[in-house]
Design a protein around this ligand. Structure first.
Ligand SMILES: [Zn+2]
Ligand SMILES: [Zn+2]
Length: 335
């Protein structure tokens, strides 16, 4: 009898605790959405003006879901090597989900003959585990290319939020900022996700005679906000969009006990309202109105079905994102 009473008390406690947690979470989430909406409506981004240009632009996926062949390692993370006339930049540093040495990024760089010494700039899109080398580094407010942090003291490093790295300085770019000749950060655009608030920056490269190419890490900012913000900040027309947008539809690449993490927990409307096909179609239509000369979608957070949809819509303007395959916007030999 005593045991039954005790179990009843426990049951009531669990129900009350769960309901309180749900109410607390819902209020915090709603407050987050409201404060970002207010920030967005008040934001007056400063136009950057002329930030120079590059004649050539080539992008090599170093980490992503799809690979050119089996000698390269694919994973649900992001890293791109970006080469202009003036700079060689590493955009994000992959996931290294298994905590391996070499990490998929290090393995693929070695296979593709890319040496860390050739890179002068590191650009971090946002502080999620699949872009910073794993959760352990996010927890320590830093990032890593491999299992251990290597010397990056000779690199320029940019992050949308304060970030540490041993013996290196990380420049924080909450607002649109010129980072090199023909290269700028779009600045941090915030989004309230079910897993918390995130600030994400995209890289913008001005290609002479064509216009700006925007390179995106996860696309949490949303396509309408990326386009609206970039139109306010930059004079040059938009020529291309390369990288990863968040369309894990019908399912994403990461799941936990059968729950799709990318679709539910990275939804901007809460886990009860996962990302929908209607949102993807709205963005696709919006991108179509931009008359882009080049578009490429990475598979780390976009399903194969959505990639096919984009390919069909953009035809020969569409480039596949595969680790090991260069995406040449203007290759060096056409300089
Ligand atoms: Zn991601
Ligand atoms: Zn992310």
């Amino acid at each position: 009898m005593k045991l039954r009473k005790w179990l009843t008390y426990c049951g009531v406690f669990v129900v009350i605790f769960s309901l309180s947690a749900l109410v607390y979470f819902s209020i915090a989430f709603k407050n987050g959405i409201d404060s970002i909406a207010a920030e967005w409506s008040e934001a007056q981004p400063n136009p950057l003006g002329d930030f120079g240009s590059t004649k050539t632009l080539s992008i090599l996926p170093l980490v992503n879901w799809h690979t050119r062949d089996n000698s390269l390692q694919g994973e649900a993370g992001v890293s791109y090597l970006i080469k202009t006339d003036h700079n060689t930049l590493l955009f994000d540093v992959g996931f290294n989900k298994g905590g391996n040495s070499p990490s998929p990024l290090e393995h693929n760089m070695a296979q593709l003959g890319i040496e860390i010494e050739s890179i002068d700039t590191i650009f971090l899109s946002h502080a999620h585990l699949d872009h910073r080398g794993g959760q352990q580094w996010v927890n320590k407010n830093t990032f890593s290319i491999g299992k251990e942090q290597i010397d990056l003291s000779d690199k320029k490093i940019y992050s949308p939020i304060p970030t540490e790295y041993p013996n290196a300085q990380v420049t924080v770019t909450p607002k649109a900022t010129i980072i090199a000749e023909g290269m700028a950060s779009l600045g941090a655009i915030p989004r309230q996700l079910a897993i918390g608030r995130i600030e994400e920056q995209a890289l913008v490269i001005n290609v002479e005679g064509k216009g700006n190419v925007i390179i995106v890490g996860c696309g949490h900012q949303t396509v309408p906000k990326i386009l609206a913000h970039s139109a306010k900040v930059f004079n040059a027309p938009l020529y291309g969009l390369v990288g990863d947008l968040h369309y894990p539809l019908p399912e994403g690449r990461l799941s936990f006990f059968g729950i799709n993490l990318q679709r539910r927990f990275a939804s901007g409307d809460g886990p009860h309202k996962p990302i929908t096909l209607a949102t993807m179609e709205r963005d696709l239509d919006l991108l179509t109105t931009q008359n882009l000369g080049a578009i490429a979608l990475g598979g780390h957070d976009t399903s194969d079905q959505v990639i096919e949809r984009f390919k069909l819509r953009f035809g020969d303007k569409y480039h596949h994102v595969r680790v090991g395959d260069w995406i040449d916007i203007v290759p060096p030999n056409q300089k």
